[in-house]
Design a protein around this ligand. Structure first.
Ligand code: UDP
Length: 455
C-alpha cells in the first residue's frame, strides 16, 4: 500500500475535525479516512454522537486519533429516521458543535463534515474555519442527486419503472428510473418523496463546500467524477479507503461475531454464499422466507448476517429456528459479521448484498461476485452499475422470489466470466491504492490542500 510521503511527521498546527453522519455506513469510511490523515501526520478529532459512542464496540484506534461526542437530541429508544435525526441534530447538536469549534483547547483548523449535514459546514464557515464535504455514497449516486432538479424538470423523478432517464449526464443509455436514489417507503411519491428531496438539497449544498471528498476511485467512476467536478470547487477521489486503513476492526454499532471465521475455515474454496443486507434495511417475513428458500435450493452453504432488527415483527431466535428447521439448510446465522474478513476468506464464492456503497467497495476489493437486492438510497444505482457497467455481479431486478434468488446466486457462484471481471477490478483497485496509484496521489493532494487551508 502507498504510504504517504509525510508519514511519521506530526504536524501540530493542523487539526482536522472529522464529523460523520451517525450511521454505520458513514462512520466506517470516515473513520478509515481519519486514520489515513493520522498516518499522514495530521492531528484528528473524530466526532460521534453520544448515542453511538455508547453502542460502539471497542476499536483499537491510533494514538493520535481523539474521539469526542455530542448529543443528537433524541432519547436512546427513538427510531432515528433520517429526517427526524437530521432535524434534531441541526437544532440540538449544532450548539455543542459550535462550542467545540470555538474551544481554545487544540483549535480546529479544518473541518471534514459528512455532506449529509449542511449545518456542520455552515457553522464552520461562519466561524472562519475551512470546511470540506465528505460524501460516503458512490459518485454515480452523488451525481444523480445533483441532477435531481433536472430530473424533476424532465418528469423523470424516481418512480420504479424501467424507462430510461436522460437527466443524469453520462448515464443516458442504461440508467432506468427505478435506479434513481429514493426513500424506502416513498418511491411511489416520485418527485414528492421527502427523503429524496432532502437528500438532493443537502447534496447540492455539499457541492458548494470548498472541496468534496468521495470514497471512490477514477478506475470505477471516472465519467461521474468528471461531471461532479464541473459542479464543485475541487473533488478528491481517494477510495477505496478501507483498502489502506490500518484499523484492525470496524467501528461496529453491533457486536461483531467472529466465530464464523472458524466455520468458514471448514469449507472448500468458493463454496459459501455470504448474505448481508447492511445496517439499515429491514425485510418482511415473506421476503425472509423467499431468501431462505432460494438459498437452501441452491444447495450451497451460506453465512447470513441477520441483525436483530432485520426482519419486521420477528425475533432473531425465531429466525434462527426457521433457518435450522429447513431441510438441507447448510446455514450459519449470526447477527453482525466481521464483513471485510469474511469477504477476504477463500471459502466465500459470492455475496448476496443490498449494494450499499461500503459493501460494494469491500466486495470489489476482494474480487467476489455480487448478487444485488437493493432497497433504497444509493443502492439501486450501485446495483445497476454492478450488473450493467462493471459486470461484477447480477441485479435481482427488485424481484424477491425464491426462484430468482436461486437462479442469480447459482449463476454468480459458477460464472467464470463474472468472477474474472470481478478479479480484474480487484487488481485494478489494489493498483489504485498502491504507492503512486491514482487514489494515493489524490490523498496526498488532499493532505497538502488541508495543510494549506490550515495555515
Ligand atoms: N457490516 C459489517 N457486518 C455486517 C454487516 C455490515 O461489518 O454484518 C459493515 C460493512 O462492512 C459496511 C457497513 O457495515 O462497512 C455497511 O455499509 P453499507 O454502505 O454497505 O450499507 P448501509 O449499512 O449503509 O446500508
Amino acid at each position: 500500500l502507498g504510504d504517504l510521503p509525510f508519514a511519521g511527521v506530526m504536524d501540530a498546527a493542523v487539526h482536522v475535525l472529522v464529523f460523520p453522519w451517525p450511521r454505520q455506513g458513514h462512520i466506517n469510511p470516515m473513520l478509515h479516512f481519519a486514520t489515513a490523515l493520522v498516518d499522514a501526520g495530521v492531528q484528528v478529532t473524530f466526532l460521534h454522537t453520544e448515542h453511538n459512542l455508547r453502542r460502539l464496540a471497542q476499536v483499537p484506534l491510533p494514538p493520535r486519533l481523539r474521539l469526542l461526542s455530542i448529543p443528537d437530541g433524541l432519547p436512546d429508544d427513538h427510531p432515528r429516521s433520517f429526517l427526524e435525526l437530521l432535524e434534531s441534530m441541526c437544532t440540538t447538536s449544532s450548539a455543542t458543535y459550535r462550542a467545540l469549534l470555538l474551544s481554545a483547547d487544540a483549535p480546529v483548523t479544518c473541518v471534514v463534515a459528512d455532506g449529509t449535514m449542511p449545518f456542520a459546514i455552515d457553522i464552520a464557515e461562519e466561524l472562519g474555519i475551512p470546511a470540506l464535504a465528505f460524501a460516503t455514497q458512490s459518485a454515480c449516486s452523488y451525481l444523480a442527486l445533483l441532477s435531481m432538479p433536472r430530473l424533476v424538470e424532465l418528469g423523470e423523478s424516481p418512480f420504479p419503472t424501467d424507462d430510461l432517464v436522460c437527466g443524469v449526464p453520462g448515464m443516458e443509455g442504461f440508467l432506468r428510473r427505478r435506479d434513481l436514489p429514493r426513500g424506502l417507503y416513498c418511491a411511489e411519491q416520485g418527485d414528492r418523496d421527502p427523503w429524496m428531496l432532502k437528500l438532493a438539497e443537502v447534496t447540492a449544498r455539499s457541492s458548494k463546500a470548498c472541496a468534496l471528498i468521495l470514497n471512490t476511485t477514477a478506475s470505477m467512476e471516472q465519467p461521474a467524477l468528471a461531471h461532479i467536478a464541473s459542479h464543485t470547487s475541487d473533488v478528491f477521489a481517494v477510495g477505496p479507503l478501507h483498502a489502506r486503513s490500518r484499523l484492525t476492526a470496524s467501528a461496529s454499532l453491533w457486536q461483531e461475531d467472529d466465530g464464523c471465521m472458524a466455520w468458514l475455515d471448514g469449507h472448500e474454496d468458493r463454496s459459501v454464499v455470504y448474505v448481508s443486507l447492511g445496517s439499515r434495511a429491514v425485510i418482511t417475513q415473506e421476503q425472509f422466507t423467499e431468501f431462505l428458500s432460494g438459498l437452501v435450493a441452491t444447495g450451497y452453504a451460506f453465512l447470513w448476517a441477520l441483525r436483530p432488527d432485520m426482519v419486521q415483527t420477528t425475533s432473531s431466535a425465531l429466525l434462527r429456528e426457521a433457518v435450522g428447521a429447513v431441510e438441507g439448510s447448510k446455514a450459519h446465522i449470526l447477527e453482525w459479521a466481521p464483513q471485510r474478513d469474511v469477504l477476504r476468506h477463500r471459502a466465500v464464492g459470492c455475496f448476496l448484498t443490498h449494494a450499499g456503497w461500503n459493501s460494494t467497495l469491500e466486495c470489489a476489493l476482494e474480487g467476489v461476485p455480487m448478487v444485488c437486492w437493493p432497497f433504497f438510497s444509493d443502492q439501486q444505482i450501485n446495483s445497476r452499475f454492478v450488473g450493467a457497467v462493471w459486470r461484477t455481479g447480477l441485479d435481482m431486478k427488485g424481484v424477491c422470489e425464491r426462484g430468482v434468488v436461486e437462479r442469480t446466486v447459482r449463476e454468480a457462484m459458477v460464472s467464470d466470466k463474472i468472477r474474472g471481471v470481478a478479479q480484474a477490478m480487484a487488481q485494478q483497485l489494489r493498483l489504485d491504492v498502491a504507492q503512486a496509484g491514482p487514489s494515493s496521489s489524490e490523498l496526498e493532494r488532499l493532505v497538502r490542500f488541508i495543510r494549506e487551508l490550515s495555515i
